[in-house]
Design a protein. Structure first.
Length: 295
């Protein structure tokens, strides 16, 4: 940080792997940081790097107007901050939680006289403070708070404001993570199928990367169809044909002695959509099947 760059004062509560990475990035950038952690040793280790160590959460909150919280879960946030005067504070909650927890925590903060923003971190600790790694954080809640502190929030990772509904940061976070886990499940199934065969995983790896990249068009296609509710125009591989094709995947898994538990739920969803009305749904894209997920 150059001498002409503004320095900010903030508090960070929670020094797990992610909290510690955030703290070190703010300290390295020259910001004045007060920290508190239930396990005092973690806070003490940052003192040598310039952090001010508070003796209690109340002392940490009182030290600065901007209070960032990065704890294990929503219950931990309440445990650390209940009973503390938050009047006039700007609370940024980077604790992983659900949309409902984010909304409830926003009401909780506002009732205590604080502005509130919830965050969803799309990065691992090793990506924090490394712009080229591509990590960023979703923020939602008070737009005024976000605009006021955007410069300091962008120091550890990119900042993306996704709306004044305090639950939307967590919702974006979990939506992306859900897609990631689904991809991991499919990749795991692919490697399981070749286990014990004369096919090296390292040889399949580039083929997987290439194929999954080519299938990325599905993301935009699904968004367009869900917006228009048109599941039949321009369909290349219709639902009826895809359902037939799923049988080959399941039989191959059985022949290879591999459980189909990672892919069978999606296969079942496609089959349910087709069975509900073969004449109406057979010519559709597979996107329509996801409507069955909404309860």
């Amino acid at each position: 940080m150059t001498d002409n760059t503004p320095r900010h004062s903030l508090t960070l509560i929670g020094l797990g792997d992610m909290g510690t990475a955030l703290a070190r990035t703010w300290l390295a950038a020259g910001h004045r940081l007060t920290v508190w952690n239930r396990t005092a040793a973690k806070a003490g280790a940052l003192a040598a790097e310039g952090a001010l160590v508070a003796e209690s959460p109340a002392e940490a909150v009182a030290a600065n107007g901007l209070v960032v919280v990065c704890l294990l879960d929503d219950a931990s946030v309440g445990s650390a901050l209940d009973g503390i005067d938050l009047t006039g504070k700007d609370v940024v909650n980077l604790t992983t939680g659900t949309p409902a927890e984010g909304r409830a925590r926003a009401v909780w903060a506002e009732e205590r006289g604080a502005r509130f923003v919830d965050g969803g971190i799309m990065a691992t600790p090793t990506m924090i403070g490394v712009p080229e790694a591509g990590g960023y954080v979703f923020y939602s809640g008070s737009r005024a708070l976000f605009d006021t502190h955007r410069a300091v929030l962008e120091v550890p990772a990119g900042a993306r404001f996704v709306g004044e509904d305090a639950g939307h940061a967590a919702l974006h976070d979990v939506a992306l993570l859900s897609a990631m886990w689904g991809m991991f499940a499919g990749i795991s199934q692919a490697y399981a199928l070749i286990e014990g065969e004369d096919i090296a995983p390292k040889d399949l790896a580039p083929l997987l990367s290439e194929w999954l990249g080519a299938m990325g068009f599905f993301i935009g296609n699904a968004a367009e169809r869900l917006t228009s509710r048109d599941f039949t125009s321009g369909v290349v591989s219709n639902l009826a044909m895809q359902v037939v094709g799923t049988g080959t995947m399941l039989r191959t898994a059985d022949e290879q002695g591999v459980s189909a538990e990672l892919i069978s739920p999606y296969v079942d969803l496609l089959r349910r959509r087709l069975a509900a009305d073969p004449a109406a749904h057979g010519a559709e894209d597979t996107v329509g099947a996801l409507l069955l997920l909404k309860r």
